[in-house]
Design a protein. Structure first.
Length: 272
């Protein structure tokens, strides 16, 4: 397999998501010895720590019913009680999945392993990192700026001590909830600089790089524009074939946490 090396400023969301998949369940177990399973409601923890999402838009019974077989009830309940909205001044959005169904189709159509019908975009960053819930595989990360897909191994949602799977409620709450650990200062600085130039993001908007990084663009605020998220994400989804990646086991001293490795291309096997 071919190794892939990403510049630090462009690999951050993937690196954070990978580490979170392995670390959060352990942290949650340590914080909640009161429950026999060791599971906590990370949505409740997020609300307690960060407050309600900004621009929160709650959903009604009809929409809740439409997602009953697509995402775990715990996420639907969060949408009903707290809504979909933003944290960290728009750096992170718990989103309405519907506008991004077409993006998943563009990326995964015809893939022998991942069907778009099993996936739902549940959150995204201000710059194009998607969190996708998969009905069987649970967590998936799609990095639109790098054209990469990462699906943490099933071991990430199993208790290492017992081998038992964590509940879907716990998995989805650790996956979708956010915290200050997820973003570094460089992320906040780029967001602030983009907002100063183009105004703060409103629901349904993101910041895009022009030209796109896949076309030789630079990861710099001078190249940022404020755009509609569904349309921009759809454009990024078509620039090149997406690559399925995995995180290798630790290999110190060069790669103490492992490194990102190319597995195969996503999409129809005969696609060029």
């Amino acid at each position: 397999m071919e190794s892939m090396t990403f510049p630090a400023s462009r690999r951050r969301f993937l690196r954070v998501a990978v580490s979170a998949a392995a670390m959060v369940p352990r942290l949650a177990r340590a914080q909640d010895a009161a429950t026999p399973s060791g599971e906590v409601d990370m949505f409740a923890s997020m609300i307690k720590t960060l407050g309600e999402p900004k621009y929160a838009s709650r959903i009604g019974a009809d929409e809740a019913a439409r997602y009953a077989d697509r995402v775990p009830p715990a996420l639907v309940r969060f949408w009903v009680e707290h809504g979909r909205g933003a944290y960290f001044d728009g750096l992170y959005w718990i989103c309405d999945p519907a506008p991004f169904d077409a993006v998943l189709e563009l990326i995964f159509d015809g893939d022998p392993e991942f069907s778009p019908s099993d996936m739902t975009v549940v959150a995204h960053s201000a710059f194009g990192f998607l969190k996708v819930w998969h009905r069987q595989r649970r967590q998936m990360n799609v990095h639109l700026l790098q054209s990469t897909v990462f699906n943490p191994p099933a071991s990430s949602w199993h208790d290492a001590r017992t081998g038992q799977a964590f509940s879907e409620a716990f998995s989805v709450s650790t996956f979708v909830s956010t915290g200050r650990w997820e973003f570094e200062q460089e992320d906040r600085d780029l967001l602030a600089a983009a907002a100063a130039r183009h105004g703060a993001l409103q629901p349904g908007e993101v910041y895009g790089f022009f030209p796109a990084l896949q076309l030789g663009g630079s990861h710099a605020v001078e190249n940022v524009k404020r755009v509609k998220a569904p349309e921009h994400f759809a454009i990024l989804a078509q620039l090149e074939r997406f690559k399925l990646t995995r995180l290798t086991p630790p290999d110190p001293p060069a790669f103490p946490y492992g490194h990102v490795e190319f597995v195969r291309f996503i999409g129809r096997p005969d696609r060029r």
